[in-house]
Design a protein around this ligand. Structure first.
Ligand code: PLP
Length: 460
C-alpha cells in the first residue's frame, strides 16, 4: 500500500514509516502505522503534527515542560468518541451505559462522561463519592463488588443508587437488614458466575467457578427464590461480568444465554426481572490484536433481546478509557550492555503496573521525531528506577532516542493511574486532560510532603 493511503487509513505514526513520509514531504499527515508489517489503528486523537506527538492539538512536549514527567495525558475527544460508540450502537434499545469507574476514576474524566449522561459502575464507597463530585447521578449508579461494607451499603442506599450487584447470600442478608433499619427498599441484581472461560489473562478473568466472583449459576435460581421473600429487597436484575480484555463475542453471548434462562425461570415463578447487566470486559487494541468493536458486540447482544422487555446494562471500562490516554515519561539514562540495552526512564511500575503485573504489552513511541538522518534505532528494554526486576514498561523496543527524550507509552488511559502506588516513596504522577487546544490539570503531582503527611514518629 502507498504510505499516503496507509496514512489516510490508519491512526498514528511509527518513526520509520513517518520518516519515509517526511521524505515525501507529507509532514502534516498524521494517520498511519506500520509495525512489523502489521497495520492497526490505536489512538485516534494522539497524532504526530509537524513531527511531534500531540494530544489532540497540544504537543506533548508542551505538557511535559509545564507539568513535568512522568504524567498521564487524556483526550476528551477520545473519551467522548469511545462512549458514543456504545451509545450509538444501543440506540433504539432500552439501555444504560455504566462506565466502570475503576478503569479511570479521575473526577475530570468522570465529569466528561457524566456530561454525556453516562451512568457509572462502582466497586466502593470511595468511587461513589467520586461520581457525585464529578457530577454523576446516583440514580444511574450500579454498585458491584463482593465485599461491600455496612457503611458503604448505607451510603449507597442513602443516595438511592440504581442497583446493587450482589455476589453472595450473606451480602443479600446484610443489605436486607440495613435497608430494613433505614426503612427503604434496596434494588438488587444477583451477579451470576457462569463458569465461562473468557480467554483472558488469569488475573483478569472473573467468570470461572474457581474465581471468587459471583454466584454459581446452578444455585442462582434458588437464591433468587429465597431473596424474593426478603422484605427490604427488590429483585430487579440479573448481572454478570466475565473478565477483562476479552477479544471475542462468543463468551458474552454464552453468558447472556445463561442469564436469560434464569430470567425465564424466574418469570415462570412470578419474579419479574427488568434488566440484564452484561458487565464490561470488551478488549482494546494495545498492539495488533483484532478486537470486536462495541458496535459488533452490541449488534450481536441485541439480537438476544428482541421481543423481550428487558433493559440492557453495559459496564465498559477499558474500552472507553484505555485508548484515550497515554503515559508520558522522559529518558534519564541510556545504558548499553552485552546482552541488553536499557533506556532508564523516570516513569516506573508504581506509575503504570500493567507490564509488571500482567506482562502486558503497550506500545512505546518517541514524542519528537528525529530529523531524517539514516536510521539509528536501537533495541532497548524501557525500565524504571524502582528496585525490582519486574520494573519495566516495555521490552525489546526499537527506539531512536537520546538521554532527555520524551517517550509516550500508549493506551494507558485505563488501569494506569488508578493502579499506581507510592512504592519507593515516589510521588504519584499528575493527570492532564486535553480538550482540543486547551489543557486542564485534573490531578496535581504529589510531593513528598503530601505523601508523608499521614505518618508520625512514635511518641516513645
Ligand atoms: C472491572 C469491571 C468492569 C469493567 O471491565 P473492563 O474490562 O474495564 O471493561 C465492569 N464491571 C465490573 C463488575 C468490573 O469489576
Amino acid at each position: 500500500m502507498h504510505p499516503l493511503d496507509a496514512a489516510k487509513r490508519d491512526s498514528y505514526c511509527d518513526q520509520r514509516t513517518l520518516l519515509s513520509l517526511i521524505k515525501l514531504s507529507l509532514d502534516s499527515v498524521s494517520k498511519l502505522i506500520e509495525v512489523d508489517g502489521t497495520q492497526f489503528t490505536l489512538m485516534k486523537h494522539f497524532n504526530y503534527i509537524s513531527g511531534e506527538l500531540c494530544a489532540e492539538q497540544v504537543p506533548l512536549t508542551e505538557i511535559a515542560t509545564k507539568y513535568g514527567t512522568p504524567s498521564f495525558v487524556y483526550s476528551r475527544a477520545a473519551l467522548e468518541e469511545n462512549y458514543k460508540a456504545y451509545e450509538k450502537s444501543l440506540a433504539g434499545c432500552k439501555s444504560q451505559i455504566c462506565f466502570a469507574v475503576k478503569a479511570n476514576s479521575n473526577i475530570g474524566v468522570l465529569n466528561v462522561l457524566a456530561r454525556l449522561g453516562a451512568g457509572f459502575d462502582i466497586v466502593s464507597g470511595g468511587e461513589l463519592n467520586r461520581v457525585i463530585r464529578a457530577g454523576g447521578q446516583p440514580s444511574n449508579v450500579i454498585f458491584s463488588g463482593l465485599g461491600k461494607t455496612a457503611q458503604e451499603i448505607r451510603y449507597a442506599l442513602d443516595l438511592q443508587i440504581k442497583c446493587f450487584n450482589v455476589e453472595s447470600p450473606a451480602e443479600l442478608d446484610r443489605i436486607d437488614k440495613i435497608a430494613g433499619e433505614m426503612d427503604v427498599i434496596a434494588p438488587v441484581s444477583l451477579r451470576i458466575n457462569p463458569d465461562i472461560d473468557a480467554g483472558t489473562h488469569p488475573y483478569i478473568s472473573t467468570g470461572l467457578r474457581d474465581n471468587k466472583f459471583g454466584i454459581e449459576s446452578q444455585k442462582a435460581y434458588e437464591i433468587y427464590k429465597s431473596a424474593s421473600a426478603l422484605r427490604n429487597i427488590n429483585l430487579i436484575g440479573v448481572d454478570c461480568h466475565i473478565g477483562s480484555q476479552i477479544t471475542s463475542i462468543a463468551p458474552f453471548l454464552d453468558s447472556i444465554d445463561l442469564m436469560l434462562e434464569i430470567v425465564d425461570n424466574l418469570t415462570e415463578s412470578g419474579v419479574n426481572i427488568s434488566h440484564l447487566d452484561i458487565g464490561g470486559g470488551l478488549g482494546v487494541r494495545y498492539g495488533s490484536e483484532s478486537i470486536p468493536s462495541p458496535e459488533e458486540l452490541l449488534n450481536a447482544v441485541m439480537q438476544r433481546f428482541v421481543d423481550r422487555d428487558l433493559t440492557l446494562i453495559v459496564e465498559p471500562g477499558r474500552s472507553i478509557a484505555a485508548n484515550a490516554g497515554i503515559f508520558l515519561t522522559r529518558v534519564e539514562y541510556l545504558k548499553f550492555g552485552t546482552e541488553k540495552n536499557f533506556a532508564v526512564v523516570d516513569g516506573a511500575m508504581n506509575d503504570l503496573i500493567r507490564p509488571a503485573l500482567y506482562g502486558a504489552w503497550q506500545k512505546i513511541v518517541s514524542v519528537a521525531l528525529k530529523s531524517p538522518t539514516p536510521s539509528r534505532s536501537t533495541r532497548f528494554d524501557v525500565v524504571g528506577p524502582i528496585c525490582e526486576s519486574s520494573d519495566f514498561l516495555g521490552k525489546d523496543r526499537d527506539l531512536m532516542i537520546d538521554e532527555g527524550d520524551l517517550l509516550a507509552v500508549m493506551s494507558a488511559g485505563a488501569y494506569g493511574f488508578v493502579m499506581s502506588s507510592n512504592y519507593n516513596t515516589r510521588p504519584r504522577s499528575p493527570e492532564v486532560l486535553v480538550d482540543d487546544t486547551e489543557v486542564y490539570l485534573v490531578r496535581k503531582r504529589e510531593d513528598i510532603d503530601t505523601l508523608l503527611q499521614l505518618e508520625d514518629l512514635p511518641s516513645f
